[in-house]
Design a protein around this ligand. Sequence first.
Ligand SMILES: [Zn+2]
Ligand SMILES: [Zn+2]
Length: 325
Amino acid sequence: MRAVQLQSIGHITLTTLPDPIPGPDEILIRVEAAGLCGTDRHLFHGEFPCKPPVILGHEFSGRVVAGGLAEGTRVTCDPNIWCGTCSQCRRGRVNLCEHNIAIGLHRDGGFADYAVLPVHRAHILPEDLSPLHGAFCEPLACTLHGLDLGAPRPGERVAVLGGGVIGLLAVQLARAAGAEVMLVTRQKAKRDLGLAVGAHLTAAHLDEVLALWPQGADLVLECAGVAGTVEGAPRITRTGGRIVILGVLPKGQKLQIEPFDLLFREIRLIPSFLNPFTHARATAMIASGALRLDPLISRVIGLHEAADAIAHPPRPGEVKVIVQP
Ligand SMILES: [Zn+2]
Ligand SMILES: [Zn+2]
């Protein structure tokens, strides 16, 4: 089969490998769609731990070819295989598992014709779904965890920082929760997209947020993964409010935060990591058609273009690139 394999840091190619054979309790799927994620670029640059040589792609869906589910069943893959026995898993904090094996990072993923996954990591999708929508289950599951932690309530003000796929999903979830939602991003095209998928208003920068909401937001969702937006988040947070950090900053990155300000205004700063027990809900939401996903798809590319797309920065205005083998 064809597969996009990270050979070593900074070296990724389309290659031909033997078709994988599912082990016991595993299924073999023919990949229908695999989303390209910022993490794939971090992996390419060695900014996020992984185990090359490895086929990248952790946001994918496809149809069962062999294994413990009926042939042809459409499934999405939850890429995180928690160990179930470490101290974090035993406390129910599976996303903090000390031995997590992530499909597409530590074992072969979905940028290939075929992929293998444990049957318990497969969630069934409906037949009539657009094949491309299956690729949104994983990023949505991560966004759902962030929304669970931030817990927006009807009537609250929610500011979403960053107009990437996580930000634009967060806008839709916060809106569905009954909040008044502002998308904050410098890119005009993404602000327009934000309005199209449910944001009530938009701003280009933090001063503009305060001009519109002088008291700040009850909840700020940092989805940009940029030092400046994390540092600036408290400034646009209402006293007593909360900030959830969904964005991934490079390992080792430090920033300036004023604990006095957080203390005196009792602002909670909450990091959100991965997708603990949220993949089933994400699958249900995608299956129901409740979210606007098509406007988030910037490009659909073939496997032959994937290595190049991972090795280069996203194009201006780009939200989600989907690889269709
Ligand atoms: Zn991802
Ligand atoms: Zn564990």
